[in-house]
Design a protein around this ligand. Structure first.
Ligand code: FDA
Length: 407
């Protein structure tokens, strides 16, 4: 069968591209090896799909070429996608920080995309794996695909097969193999927006505090994020943790401010003067839960006993027992806790894949390979990764839309 456009991957980017290309009058076939389209859309945003963000800016994306995403993001904006959502009468709301979620279910977004594809005559074919891609040596170019459902040819081939995160949802390294076949450079991939694991002596504290959370500022490699941090049985999760994980490299320390609105050294001095008999644990419990205060005070004091001369073996019980140096040391632990995660939970739970196809290989206007006529890459398979908050879907919509203008 011959099509103008074949898109590999019926995810966010692929479906958007299919609908828009179909509207342009192109004959479009979308192939996916999964038994259902848009599985990640259905899982996203806790089942409510955080489909975009009011504050989309290029600096919310990680990419080796920081300029690459600007063109597509400016041509298909969050307002365009919101317009589409409103056209379909899908109720939505802003949760926080510009993050837009469906009021009802993520399936509203998937059904919207599938209905746009349907109306535009774009066909979505599931349960189809692509075994081989051949570029046609004819004058007009094009591609021939051998698939588990037969042979197809097309003028334009769009790779929208996503990244490696959550293999159980159909993720595969297919796009990177296509890049290799056509000699396109890729950046090493790693899991992003992913919880940290802790396997050292801190693990017991994580287990004891599992389910507890607090607002923190997390810093690493010159980036910082304010948001919730959640202790889990395996380590740390929560929005601030996921955000910073995309900037973290194995072995590096994180700096965590557990009391971001408080200059603890100063407040400790003031309180020591006013309430000298107050225990350190009760003092900290003004801002953190009793359980967190107890666990963290014990952890920090035992660390300070082991690693500095500031504390003797016996630990102070009341604020009156603390000298200036000890107050500074405790304050430093709470306001700038240095923690080295053991690793991350990896692609099993990561929301995104960092790295991927080098954007220098692709036109930022058309998403077409600069060297391989008619071969396009869109969405997460490219080396473009958004922050948490709807930015990754906005990239999928924008890059899919951009390619759809030219396929
Ligand atoms: P996507 O992964 O959506 O689609 C790729 C498609 O290609 C899949 O259908 C897959 O089956 C198919 N495919 C793969 N290999 C293939 C092969 N060999 N042959 C044929 N088909 C193949 N982002 C956001 O902005 N807001 C949010 O709320 C969330 N929430 C969220 C939750 C969870 C649990 C995850 C894992 C991810 C998110 N994300 C998110 C990230 C977001 O889902 C992601 O960035 C986009 O889905 C990427 O869109 P793509 O179309 O590029 O890939």
């Amino acid at each position: 069968m011959q099509y103008d456009v074949i898109i590999i991957g019926a995810g966010a980017a692929g479906l958007m591209c299919a609908a828009i290309a179909g509207q342009r009058g192109r004959s479009v076939l979308v192939l996916d090896h999964a038994n259902k389209a848009g599985k990640k859309i259905l899982m996203s945003g806790g089942g409510r799909c955080n489909f975009t963000n009011y504050y989309v800016e290029p600096d919310r994306y990680l990419c080796h070429n920081t300029h690459f995403c600007k063109s597509a993001l400016s041509r298909y904006t969050q307002w365009d996608f919101i317009g589409l959502v409103e056209k379909h009468g899908i109720p939505y709301h802003e949760k926080q920080l510009g993050e837009l979620f469906c009021d009802n279910k993520a399936s509203d977004i998937l059904e919207m995309l599938l209905s746009e594809c349907d109306q535009a005559g774009a066909k979505v074919q599931l349960n189809t794996s692509v075994d081989a891609i051949h570029s046609l040596e004819t004058e007009s170019g094009g591609y021939k695909l051998n698939t588990t459902q037969g042979e197809y040819t097309c003028e334009s081939l769009v790779v929208a097969s996503g990244g490696l995160s959550i293999p159980t949802l159909g993720a595969s390294g297919f796009g990177y193999q296509v890049a290799e076949q056509f000699n396109l450079k890729t950046y090493k991939t790693r899991a992003g927006l992913v919880p940290f694991t802790i396997t050292n002596q801190l693990k017991d504290v994580c287990i004891a505090l599992s389910g507890s959370s607090c607002e923190v500022i997390m810093e690493c490699n010159g980036q910082s994020f304010r948001g919730n941090m959640l202790f889990t049985h395996r380590g740390l999760s929560g929005p601030a943790v996921l955000q910073i994980s995309s900037y973290w490299q194995a072995g590096q320390p994180l700096t965590i401010n557990l009391l971001p609105d408080i200059d603890l050294a100063q407040v400790l001095r003031e309180t020591q003067h006013e309430r000298p008999k107050l225990s350190l644990k009760k003092f900290i419990a003004q801002w953190l839960t009793q359980k967190m205060s107890e666990q963290l005070v014990e952890l920090f004091l035992s660390d300070l006993v082991k690693t500095t001369d500031v504390f003797k073996a016996e630990q102070p019980q009341t604020l009156a027992e603390l000298n200036a140096e000890q107050m500074d040391a405790i304050a430093h632990q709470f306001n700038a806790w240095q923690l080295v995660p053991s690793g991350t939970e990896g692609y099993r739970t990561a929301e995104v894949t960092l790295g991927g196809i080098d954007t220098d290989e692709v036109s930022s206007k058309t998403m077409m390979s600069k060297n391989q006529q008619g071969l396009y890459f869109i969405g997460e398979v490219l080396d473009v990764t958004g922050h948490l908050g709807g930015f990754n879907f906005q990239w999928a919509w924008a890059s899919g839309w951009a390619a759809a203008q030219y396929v």
